[in-house]
Design a protein around this ligand. Structure first.
Ligand code: AMP
Ligand code: MG
Length: 405
């Protein structure tokens, strides 16, 4: 049986980032940038006012204060969005608003709060200003031809804001992979519908589609397949035609109804691995048809979730062009023994808790792969090697899960 590390190696070797594509800014959140973005402009574009006030020549208001008011004629007004055409004359000023271009001849702005209205068409400056005061200079933030976003950057709100600020409306990114999720099993029924004898509600679709979304990919629900070759064939085939990745759940073990592997072979998928020495999640299959990848996860909800996080998530993140592909983790001290008497690497669900300066971690009391609550109430996973005990007081790597805090 393959170790988790070997399986991960095989999977990541088969993963390619998707070809870059230009997308509108509104679709680029959480995508990885594939090309540097160079600013075609200075930012600010031109000298502009940092305040509401009066554009002046600093020398005209030298020495102004409350006891020495200096009167200036207001010869024009420049709101934001309007070009400054009128130039300043001696002993005059121009009414200006935040963001408006500095009129020719002005070299500073007196804040409105430092002035008093005077008789019609005049103001009195009660404060002097230095040359350049209250002016935001062209190119202060970004200069023309400067690289404002580097290839490889993960695009968050501020990165999209910068692209927009320099006037770029589209970005070349690695597109978000489309990930089909197909659950399998004649007993699986959508939540909200009543169950007959032997049936259970589908929990995996919901958890997995949410995991896919959290991995920055686009989930595509492929529905519930019966345990028949025909139904599996049709639904996986559709998934392969529509998606970059297909994740199936259930039907990958050794029972007569575990047909996913056979159907993948029928569909021309090369099986790259099956069965991994991990718990939960031994019966896991991975295959590929050209660029398309298929992951067959075991059906038990905890096994499905853990195999997704350990084996599928890193592949999806790599496809998105990311290099940080592992679950975020932190060192934590075991508050109890972590015991693995089995012969496979155990991903134990655990609870991480702050304790002063350090983090303490405790295993969930019940670790069965059918105990959904062990995952709901956990906030991390801890790897415990086969046939071993990590005693209390040891440092381990706690791999963080979202939720369950
Ligand atoms: P399988 O891997 O198909 O043998 O399924 C293993 C166990 O997981 C069985 O008890 C299934 O009923 C259960 N299971 C499979 N798929 C789902 C699902 N989508 N939601 C909840 N439980 C499931
Ligand atoms: Mg099944």
């Amino acid at each position: 049986m393959l170790t988790v590390a070997e399986a991960k190696g095989i999977i990541l070797l088969a993963v390619r980032t998707r070809p870059p594509r230009a997308v509108p800014l509104a679709d680029a959140l959480d995508c990885v940038l594939a090309q540097d973005v160079t600013s075609p402009v200075d930012l600010p574009l031109r000298d502009n006012s940092a305040v509401d006030g009066y554009a002046v020549r600093a020398s005209d208001v030298a020495g102004a204060n409350e006891n020495n008011l200096i009167h200036l004629r207001v010869i024009a007004e420049v709101p934001a969005g309007v070009a400054a055409t009128v130039g300043l004359e001696p002993q005059s000023c121009i009414r200006i608003f935040t963001g408006a271009p500095i009129p020719p001849g002005a070299d500073a702005v007196v804040m409105q709060e430092d002035t008093h209205p005077h008789h019609e068409g005049y103001i009195a400056a009660a404060e002097s200003v230095e040359t350049g005061e209250n002016i935001r200079r062209a190119g202060d933030d970004v200069t023309k031809n400067e690289v404002v976003l580097r290839a490889g950057a993960l695009l968050g709100p501020s990165q999209l804001g910068m692209a927009a600020a320099v006037g770029v409306a589209q970005l070349v990114v690695y597109p978000r992979p489309r990930v089909g999720v197909l659950v399998t099993g004649a007993e699986i029924i959508e939540p909200g519908r009543p169950l007959c004898e032997g049936q259970i509600h589908d929990s995996n679709s919901y958890a997995l589609c949410a995991f896919v979304k959290q991995a920055g990919c686009e989930p595509v629900e492929l529905g519930i397949a019966d345990d028949t070759r025909e139904d599996l064939h049709e639904k996986i085939d559709y998934g392969l035609s529509e998606c970059d990745v297909v994740v199936t759940v259930g039907g990958v073990s050794v029972g007569e109804y575990d047909l996913v592997k056979d159907v993948l072979a029928e569909l021309g998928c090369e099986q790259k691995l099956w069965k991994i020495a991990m718990r939960p999640g031994k019966p896991f299959v991975f295959g590929a048809r050209e660029e398309k990848l298929v992951f067959g996860l075991p059906g038990n909800p905890v096994s499905a979730a853990v195999t997704f996080l350990v084996l599928v998530r890193p592949a999806l993140l790599k496809m998105r062009g990311l290099t940080e592909i592992e679950l975020p983790s932190l060192p934590a001290e075991t508050a109890e023994d972590f015991v693995n008497s089995g012969d496979r690497l155990h991903y134990m669900r655990a609870q991480l808790q702050r304790d002063g300066e350090k983090w303490l971690v405790r295993p969930m009391p019940r670790q069965g792969s059918h105990i959904i609550s062990s995952l709901t109430n956990a906030n991390c996973l801890v790897e415990v090697p086969e046939a071993s005990t990590i005693p209390r007081g040891h440092l381990v790597k706690a791999m963080r899960l979202s939720g369950g805090e």
